[in-house]
Design a protein around this ligand. Structure first.
Ligand SMILES: [Fe+2]
Length: 289
């Protein structure tokens, strides 16, 4: 991995916490981006795990083309969220056609710690979110470092989970968290549950990370209830305040993170009085190992 100093050469970069996250202030995402600048952004993405770009215009087509430089972009199975004619973009909004809050949170599943796309064989690499409208209070996005989560487990935990696999299931996490807007039978068939390693090795840094979150339902080869309890225990053990970055949004910021080594969640807001609209896309990575 390249050093921070080398990354900083071409980017104005400020760490957001001692361990996790950096803000990049000198890149206009709406402009054409050279390969050198993209390479520097990518190095920062691998090094800092979460990147923040300050308020700026990022048209939908630019968000998609930026995402494509990271890799193949996911077309989400929940087609009702597709935005702006781009099936790569997924909009979460609580505004009605007149721009007024409709009182309904668009995806309560985002309120629990998770990692995007863990419910499919090829999981999410980067997620890129553009904040179109942000509430005055709440609606934050929090990040937790899963390298640190793994490293802080004691030797007994590490030995116990070394070769364990968990089954991740989007239908499970949606149904148990809120049961709203359930997946159709066709969507369930398209995205059946998949098993993933509980400890994955980041393909670029070679470091081990804890890989669970809210889509993880049960443990392969373990009684269901015992596996559920173990997942809940590890999901709680994974969160350390000093390894967490809590982002309070300003509208028109763009956030980008590495799903292979961070978990994230949104915090609640009042969808009856406050608007929140985000435009999201997820870049596909690889099959976790
Ligand atoms: Fe997410």
């Amino acid at each position: 991995m390249n050093s921070t100093a080398e990354v900083s050469k071409s980017l104005a970069l400020r760490p957001l916490t001692p361990k996790l996250g950096a803000a990049i202030s000198d890149v206009k995402l709406a402009d054409d981006m050279s390969d050198d600048v993209f390479r520097a952004i990518y190095q920062a993405f691998v090094r800092y795990q979460v990147l923040l770009f300050p308020p700026q215009d990022v048209p939908p087509a630019r968000q998609v083309s930026f995402a494509r430089r990271f890799g193949a972009v996911q077309i989400h199975v929940m087609k009702q969220y597709h935005a702006d004619g781009f099936p790569e973009l997924y909009r979460l909004s609580n505004l009605d056609e007149n721009g007024n809050p409709n009182g309904r949170h668009p995806d309560k599943g985002t309120l629990a710690w998770h990692t995007d796309g863990s419910w499919q064989r090829v999981t999410g690499q980067a997620t890129i979110i553009y904040g179109e409208v942000m509430p005055e209070t709440g609606g934050e996005t929090h990040f937790a470092d899963m390298y640190g989560a793994y490293e802080r487990l004691d030797a007994r935990w590490k030995a116990r989970i070394a070769n364990m696999r968990a089954v991740h299931n989007l239908d499970f996490s949606r149904t148990r968290r809120h049961g709203e807007d359930p997946m159709t039978d066709a969507q369930r068939r398209e995205k059946p549950p998949v098993d993933q390693p509980v400890v994955r090795t980041h393909p670029e840094t070679g470091r081990k990370c804890l890989y669970l979150g809210d889509h993880a339902e049960y443990i392969v080869g373990m009684p269901y209830d015992e596996g559920r309890a173990l997942i809940e225990e590890l999901n709680a053990l994974a969160i350390h305040p000093d390894l967490t970055y809590e982002h309070r949004w300003t509208a028109r910021e763009l956030l980008l993170w590495d799903n292979r080594c961070v978990m994230h969640r949104a915090t609640p807001y009042d969808p009856k009085t406050q608007g929140r609209v985000i435009r999201r896309c997820t870049v596909l990575g690889e099959v976790p190992t």
